[in-house]
Design a protein around this ligand. Structure first.
Ligand code: ADP
Ligand code: MG
Ligand code: ZN
Length: 489
């Protein structure tokens, strides 16, 4: 990176909570319904209606705040943030301004399974979502119009605001990855960036090395509503390069809001940035303050699942490498699969190998995810037992797993259908070995003369004659014994 400045990044992340109903009315909060069917006078912003706070949303928000290691305040309040936009019929959004629900948490940045840095979460507040505009290019005579869908208006959100602690696009990516990871274990949101249930605004500035003021005073650009973690990273990379070029030319960086065009990987100017006083925040008069007892907060704290960092450690204690643990914990469904499979089968090392190699390969090949694996953890455990008891060699088991994945049959059924099973009968293997030795006297002599490779050829012959079903370690041992006897004659 350029030596004349540091890259400064702070992220604002909006997460839609998957409650039954909206934040202040009883309309459904679910995604994907016919436009404007989930609406009522409250979320349409009719005059004279009263919002009523959804307690489930509060419980979810508290859960998120505690999982992100924030202090949850027993007293917070709602404020009106006022602006006009067609997706906001009330012309104000109910949010939390100077007394947010929670403050000062942390998200670890994980590299190779280790925490290398902690990014401070400055605040988490609750607010309602706005509706959605569809710019379909509708024509009304000579004018061009857009359609508005207010199903999303009033859906509960939490906004998670980080300190400007990140120093590269890569760190921003890792922050978002871990943030989503932590939240994924809580069951409070779909966390789908492409559907908008998780959205990120990235603030980017460059701090010249001789700069002495506060970070807040640096001119920064806010890249709005980027729809994937990858694009957040790309947007930041572009923005850093753009700003560096401006600085190099001796130009000023303008504080503004920019969009990200993922087609050409560039940010583009949208508008100059509003300041807080443009919004004329004031306390929401229709809602009482949000008061939580210490006991209620502690109850939520006790119900939290273990954090991913704890899960990583548990996995590593079970003999899983840091890198493997990262893959497993990074996908909750995969972690659940691993956990269940290891309750069915004791050898955790073996379970991990099969999950991360062959089963992962099959999932990828079929475009499946760990939410819908076609081989259940119990079925995998049954297969591993057939290896352990000598019915199948590792190589045969791979073929059996392929078939199981296609058919959904059990390991035992598949072995029966394929007519495969490992030959472990000592006498049977010995008979084949004796035949192979008798048929290949020169090769045996080579081996006796010290040519180690010759043994591999003989093993191959035995495997060929047994259609690959002889147990490999037995073939080796028996072959050596038979050759030793042969040498004596
Ligand atoms: P705003 O209303 O301007 O969006 P917020 O307080 O909601 O203000 O968020 C400000 C965001 O900008 C925070 O995520 C913070 O970390 C970030 N930020 C502050 N200063 C800088 C900076 N110099 N460079 C990059 N990001 C910054
Ligand atoms: Mg903001
Ligand atoms: Zn409603």
């Amino acid at each position: 990176m350029n030596s004349g400045y540091d890259v400064i990044i702070g992220l604002e992340v909006h997460v839609e909570l998957k409650t039954q109903s909206k934040l202040f009315c009883s309309c459904s909060a679910s995604f994907g319904a016919e436009p404007n069917t989930h609406t009522c006078p409250v979320c349409l912003g009719m005059p004279g209606v009263l919002p009523v706070l959804n307690e489930e949303a509060v419980a979810y928000a508290v859960k998120a705040a505690l999982a992100l290691r924030c202090t949850v305040h027993p007293f917070s309040k709602f404020d009106r943030k006022q602006y006009f936009y067609p997706d906001l019929p009330k012309a104000y959004q109910i949010s939390q301004y100077d007394q947010p629900l929670a403050e000062y948490g942390a998200v670890p940045i994980i590299v190779d399974g280790h925490v290398v840095k902690e990014v401070t979460v400055r605040r988490i507040h609750m607010e309602e979502d706005a509706g959605k505009l569809n710019h379909l290019g509708i024509r009304l005579g000579d004018a061009k119009g857009s359609l508005v869908d207010l199903n999303r208006a009033g859906v509960p959100l939490i906004e998670i605001v980080s300190e400007p602690d990140m120093r590269s696009a890569d760190e921003a990516r890792l922050y978002l990855t871990e943030l989503r990871n932590v939240l994924s274990y809580l069951d409070i949101s779909d966390l789908r960036m492409e559907e908008g249930s998780m959205r990120c605004d990235a603030n980017v500035s460059l701090r010249p090395h001789d700069y002495v003021g506060s970070l807040e005073d640096l001119p920064r650009v806010e890249i709005k509503n980027v729809n994937s973690i990858r694009n957040v990273q790309r947007g930041i990379e572009y923005e850093v390069a753009r700003q560096a070029e401006l600085l190099a030319r001796g130009e000023r960086i303008v504080k503004e809001t920019r969009g990200f065009d993922d087609q050409n990987g560039r940010t583009y100017s949208q508008r100059s940035k509003e300041e807080a006083n443009d919004y004329r925040y004031f306390p929401e008069p229709d809602l009482p303050p949000l008061v939580l007892t210490q006991e209620a907060i502690e109850r939520v704290a006790r119900s939290l699942p273990p954090a991913p960092t704890v899960l990583r450690e548990e996995l590593q204690q079970a003999g899983v490498t840091a890198k493997e643990a990262e893959i497993i914990v990074g996908d909750r469904a995969l972690w659940e699969y691993w956990r269940e499979a290891t309750t069915h089968y004791e050898d955790k090392r073996q379970v991990t190998n099969w999950i991360l190699s062959d089963l992962s390969r099959l999932l990828n090949a079929h475009g499946d995810t760990w939410l819908t694996p076609r081989v259940t953890p119990a079925a995998l455990a049954d297969l591993l037992r057939l290896i352990a008891n000598g019915t199948l060699s590792g190589r045969m088991a791979k073929e059996v797993l392929d078939r199981m994945y296609e058919s959904g049959a059990t390991a035992a059924q598949t072995v029966e259908a394929m007519g495969v099973s490992q030959i472990t009968d000592h006498g049977a293997i010995q008979a084949v070995v004796q035949q192979v030795v008798a048929d290949n006297p020169h090769v045996v002599q080579d081996y006796l003369n010290g040519k180690e490779k010759a043994l591999g050829f003989l093993v191959g012959q035995v495997m060929k004659q047994t259609k690959g079903q002889a147990k490999p370690d037995m073939v080796n041992a028996i072959l050596k014994g038979v050759i030793a006897d042969y040498a004596k004659t």
